[in-house]
Design a protein around this ligand. Structure first.
Ligand code: SF4
Length: 349
């Protein structure tokens, strides 16, 4: 496919043959409500003849998004409840989110912040708001880690990123700066020397959390982009969302987690999908998720195991929800299950 620019509208996607067999009139209603963007790299990974292509499911709009269930909510993980100043979310004592930008290179159809990101979303913080955000971080010396998320912070120019890192460099209690991004996968050429220099500008420890959900996203170009970051001394972890039809299969997840480890990206979080509006077609039950995650035990190396996580609706933070392989008995013993489901007794100590 010879494409050179992102697809940002239904007509762009239609011209590229990515809306075959879809109800375009109904899709107009989706497009009126939620942002659309597909990079050329991602478009090139989609098989337009496959109606259940796992890459298309993540990025090409679907009429199922018009179905909103009663339990879904605009702010599923409760960012607003913990936002003391614009752009800052301070949910846990020792870390904050800094949401400098609400733009992404792609718009994921299951996004937990889909009501906040995109051209009609919360936009980019202006200079005064950025100053207020830095003042907040500076005045709270319990903040050890700043997590740039959004939106995707790596859509910012190297100059803007260098400015942010320069500000954070001047705050001595901030030791760790983490970026949550899809850029190494969806626009790998953007991970160049200028961007890497900007990320290293603070002199602090930098982590990049890579968001990818299917092993086909981990192309040679994506792996090379991650390699450039890691070679520059930037640590990488992964985050994925467990999505029906995309990766709700132990073999697919095993392949994805191995691809991360092969690329020097440590598997970190596997998120249960959030209650974002119009995303019920992506959600499985927690019991189904636990079975899939349990099947990874023994199948893949300990290095490859992610932590299965639920963001508790309402802003109460994260809970690890992988099935516990241990039970505490009344006589004080523990019953521990091995990776084949066999039970063993462990004595009280
Ligand atoms: S890149 Fe992240 S913030 Fe942006 S649409 Fe996807 S999930 Fe949402």
């Amino acid at each position: 496919m010879n494409v050179v620019r992102p697809f940002k509208s239904l007509s762009d996607l239609s011209e590229a043959g990515l809306l075959q067999g879809r109800d375009k009139a109904e899709l107009e209603k989706v497009s009126a409500r939620y942002a659309i963007a597909v990079t050329p790299t991602i478009a090139g990974l989609i098989d337009p003849t496959d109606p259940v292509d796992p890459i298309a499911l993540q990025f090409v709009p679907d009429t199922a998004e018009l179905h909103v269930t009663p339990e879904e909510r605009a702010d599923p993980i409760g960012d607003h409840a913990h936002s003391p100043v614009e752009g800052i979310v301070h949910r846990y004592p020792d870390r904050v989110l800094l949401k400098a930008v609400h733009v992404c290179p792609v718009y994921c159809r299951f996004c937990f912040r889909r009501e906040m990101v995109g051209p009609q979303g919360l936009g980019t913080l202006d200079a005064a708001a950025m100053t207020a955000a830095f003042d907040y971080i500076r005045s709270h010396d319990e903040i050890w880690e700043v997590i740039l998320t959004g939106g995707d912070p790596l859509v910012l120019s190297p100059r803007r990123l260098a400015d942010i890192m320069g500000e954070l460099a001047s705050i001595s209690h901030v030791k760790i700066i983490r970026f949550h991004t899809r850029v190494p996968v969806v626009d790998p050429q953007k991970i160049d020397a200028a961007l890497i220099d900007a990320l290293k500008r603070s002199g602090k420890t930098v982590y990049v959390a890579l968001h990818a959900n299917h092993p086909r996203e981990m192309t040679d170009e994506a792996r090379a982009a991650c390699g450039r970051l890691v070679d520059a001394g930037i640590a990488m972890v992964s985050q994925s969302v467990l999505l029906k039809g995309v990766n709700d299969d132990p073999a697919v997840l095993a392949s994805l987690m191995r691809a991360f480890v092969e690329t020097r990206v440590k598997p970190y979080y596997l998120h249960h999908p959030d209650l974002a509006p119009g995303t019920s077609h992506f959600r499985l039950t927690i019991e189904e998720g636990q079975k899939i995650v349990a099947a990874l035990r023994g199948r893949i190396s300990g290095l490859c195991q992610p932590t299965y996580i639920l963001d508790i609706p309402g802003g109460y933070g994260k809970a690890a929800i992988g099935a516990q392989p241990i039970r505490h008995m009344e006589d004080g013993c523990y019953i521990v299950s091995d990776f084949q489901g066999r039970e063993h007794t462990y004595p009280p100590t």
